[in-house]
Design a binder for this molecule. Structure first.
Ligand code: SF4
Ligand code: ZN
Length: 257
């Protein structure tokens, strides 16, 4: 299945090097213009980051199994898909690009069909989710969860319709032994921490930040479906047509503004 992402490793290596250079120059206090990174290259780099994550997640799962523990998540177990998924813009670009591939048209249509209802259920809670980890995030995330607004990508009998390109946070969030605590009885989020997964996430942070900055300079992270809609609308809408997010406004006054 096509993703639209660049798969040429040599090209991706060059883009990654240019980004790493720019990041180090900025960290050293130098003013440095960021390279322009095309969506296909963003998606290619995101795929590489996901591949690294999958590798350490598999390692963690094997260790957990060997120690007699059970990773309780499984196909169709989707309570965590009602939590706010906060992403950098690069992850949104990769998902939007995947959705514009002709073979993914049916998934795109289901997303566009469900988006407005999802937004309506959450109202301004979407804007109130803090984008940095904090106790306030836990509180707001719990309130958000209680609206039971399922991610508009969770459309295939409880499963993720964008599974191949789902964000890193959806890959790394797992319940240990039982998924009973995922049903929202508590406002404390329990996460499994595994050293290899944590150090991989930490090691990716600089690349994620600079990639985000190339796609949405000066802005913070965002709630994933909203960020994806922003890019999908750009890729599919004409300025004077109704915005595909279903707001009733012209695209240029809504997601294209
Ligand atoms: S992107 Fe997929 S895994 Fe992530 S919250 Fe949405 S449906 Fe769930
Ligand atoms: Zn819109």
């Amino acid at each position: 299945m096509g993703t639209g992402a660049t798969t040429d490793e040599e090209r991706l290596r060059r883009v990654a090097e240019a980004l790493a250079d720019a990041a180090s120059a900025r960290a050293a206090g130098q003013r440095r213009r960021l390279p322009v990174v095309q969506p296909a290259d963003v998606a290619g780099l995101v795929a590489m980051l996901h591949e690294q994550l999958e590798y350490v997640i598999d390692m963690r799962n094997s260790e957990a199994t060997a120690a007699g523990a059970v990773i309780a998540c499984g196909r169709g177990c989707n309570a965590c898909c009602m939590l706010p998924v906060v992403v950098g813009e690069h992850e949104a670009v990769a998902i939007a690009l995947w959705l514009t591939q002709p073979e993914n048209a049916a998934v795109r249509e289901r997303f566009l069909g469900g988006y407005q209802a999802w937004r309506g259920k959450l109202g301004d809670r979407i804007e109130r989710v803090p984008t940095a980890v904090s106790s306030e995030l836990e509180r707001v995330a719990f309130e958000y969860f209680q609206q039971r607004a399922m991610c508009p990508f969770n459309t295939d009998e409880g499963t993720c319709s964008v599974y191949p390109v789902r964000p890193g946070v959806c890959r790394t969030t797992h319940a240990l032994d039982t998924n009973e605590k995922c049903q929202g009885q508590s406002d404390t989020i329990h996460e499994i921490k595994h050293p290899a997964v944590e150090s991989t996430i930490a090691g990716q942070q600089a690349m994620r930040e600079i990639l985000h900055e190339t796609q949405r300079p000066g802005a913070g992270s965002d709630i994933m479906p909203k960020a994806v809609m922003r890019h999908l609308a750009k890729a599919t809408a004409f300025p004077n047509q109704p915005c595909p997010c279903g707001s009733g406004l012209k695209f240029k006054r809504c997601c294209g503004a």
